[in-house]
Design a protein around this ligand. Structure first.
Ligand code: SF4
Ligand code: SF4
Length: 515
């Protein structure tokens, strides 16, 4: 399979995609077609002598005013008006505000950094990664700070650093897909993620719900999860994969386990989980067979015995003693320590848990990184972090804080046009056919379309990561690990905050790219 995979333009699957702006063409229009001739984005189209309704999801917004093709100013009849799409009012997720949804959709469509009027770096939460900024050269110095050629910058990370005779397993991008089970999402969503993981030579995870047969051909890119409910855990599937993940806890629900509501437990889901259709399924907290590092080691030894070539990842939340947990996991034999923070998860995670239990992930990562360094074992373990990672900037921040790579989840779903309505857990009613077990709704996502959208999003992220590394004069993503000097926290650096937009750098020499 060619690497990097090909980017193919993959527009929205809906007839009326959501855009940031609305273009109104008033009754004064004489259908002269000038706007159609001018606009290179294809907003205006003419059919015969009539103008069609504007495709305003393609509109660049007010920043277009500085361009010679700005239709609003050039219309001879002054018949055009631009407003912010009022429908965006309905998209009120502070971690995934409308701009971030739209810019992620845009990246999933084009594989490029989105155009000027879309925020593609941070959300509106006011905390977490949204309170961190990257320390970049000033805009005017960006071109001169170019020190490495794009093709000479490596984004590869190694998942086994223990030199224990098991394969090293390298992934070409510093991220892989987090656990989403059959039942929590549809088989078409799982297949889309798996195909994208294969294309980028990385992984995606089955979550706790078994390993549906259609995923078999992606074995080399699947992580099978062993979680506290042991739903769908089979030695036969553990033997087939290169990476097995123990899920001890979920960052969004530390100490609470997980649950799948009965509505989503269809006969197919029940069969996979060896459960009864229609009944809610609960995963307890914690593993009732693990109360010490020794018990934990027994678990890992079991997996290593069942599959003599696989790597073992251990996913934990971020209690205040997470550094001790990480060291214990390393000595128990884990190859990957996966810290899961609280900013991810669906609406099913109660606020009391999200906001009051465990440490924020941006504090847990450097704590664990430093502790592993002090223990002298940092270079023998791969540290991965997850929980609310939405953008290439979030990935860079997490790595600069001390992780080797990240796990992404919701962003994959947003690439499939998730609108963050948070109905994922409420029965089978995902309006976008993503987090559903209803066969008819599942068919809203075509696997070819879905995988290409995720491939494109990853391509856009990788371009941004390479650009960031180039701007910092780094040759590999590994050189970014623990570089907290490249970060600013808004609590302390508000005065010296610079614009960390890399678009001018990415657009150099190509005025159209990224529009
Ligand atoms: S340029 Fe103005 S008048 Fe001409 S087709 Fe467009 S909106 Fe109508
Ligand atoms: S669109 Fe579907 S996947 Fe996205 S939040 Fe709503 S229910 Fe969940």
């Amino acid at each position: 399979m060619p690497w990097p995979p090909e980017i193919r333009r993959t527009p929205s699957r809906f007839r009326n995609p959501i855009g940031k702006y609305k273009i109104h063409r008033g009754p004064a229009c004489i259908h002269c077609g000038q706007c159609a001739d001018l606009c290179p984005m294809g907003v205006h189209r003419r059919l015969g002598k009539k103008m069609l309704a504007p495709k305003d999801e393609l509109c660049l917004g007010p920043s277009c005013a500085s361009r010679e093709f700005y239709c609003i100013d050039r219309c001879p009849q002054a018949a055009l008006r631009m407003i912010i799409n009022p429908n965006l009012q309905a998209l009120k997720d502070y971690r995934w505000p409308a701009d971030l949804l739209l810019s992620t959709w845009r990246q999933a469509e084009t594989g490029e950094v989105p155009y000027a009027d879309l925020e593609y770096r941070v959300g509106h939460s006011g905390g977490g990664f949204d309170r961190l900024r990257l320390r970049l050269p000033a805009q005017e110095d960006m071109s001169s700070s170019l020190s490495e050629k794009e093709e000479e910058v490596s984004t590869t990370i190694v998942l086994n650093r223990r030199a224990d005779g098991r394969p090293q397993v390298r992934i070409g991008v510093p991220f892989y897909g987090g656990g989403m089970s059959f039942g929590s999402v549809s088989i078409n969503t799982m297949l889309s993620r798996a195909r994208a993981a294969e294309a980028w030579d990385t992984f995606t995870c089955t979550g706790e719900g078994g390993f549906p047969e259609p995923l078999r051909r992606y074995d080399d890119h699947m992580i099978t999860q062993v979680a506290t409910g042991l739903f769908g855990v089979r030695e036969e599937t553990i033997q087939r994969v290169r990476l097995v993940e123990f899920k001890y806890a979920q960052g969004a629900k530390p100490g609470l386990g997980g649950h799948l509501l009965g509505d989503k437990v269809t006969p197919a889901v029940a069969r996979m989980r060896e459960a009864v259709a229609g009944s809610s399924l609960f995963s307890p907290f914690p593993f009732h067979s693990v109360y010490s590092v020794e018990d934990h080691k027994k678990h890992i030894d079991w997996i290593k015995e069942v599959n003599t070539r696989c790597l073992v990842a251990v996913k934990v939340s971020t209690p205040t003693d997470v550094d001790m947990v990480a060291v214990g996991s390393y000595y128990a034999g884990a190859h990957i320590i996966h810290l899961d923070g609280s900013y991810g998860g669906t609406g099913a995670a109660p606020d009391i848990a999200k906001k009051n239990i465990a440490m924020p992930i941006e504090y847990a990562i450097p704590k664990v990184h430093r502790f592993l360094l002090e223990e002298g074992i940092r270079d023998q373990v791969t540290l991965i972090a997850s929980g609310g990672i939405r953008t290439a900037y979030d990935i860079a921040k997490v790595i600069a804080l001390g992780a080797d790579g990240v796990v992404v989840g919701t962003a994959d779903l947003v690439a499939l046009e998730c609108i963050r309505c948070r109905n994922c857990e409420s029965g089978q009613g995902c309006p976008r056919g993503i987090a559903t077990t209803d066969p008819e709704l599942s068919n809203l996502v075509d696997v070819e379309w879905g995988s290409q959208r995720i491939i494109n999003l990853y391509a856009a992220w990788r371009k941004q990561l390479v650009a960031l590394l180039q701007l910092w004069g780094l040759k590999s993503i590994g050189e970014l690990v623990g570089r907290t000097d490249l970060l600013m926290h808004l609590d302390y650096h508000r005065g010296e905050l610079r614009d960390d937009d890399i678009r001018p750098f990415l657009l150099r020499g190509n005025g159209q790219r990224g529009l």
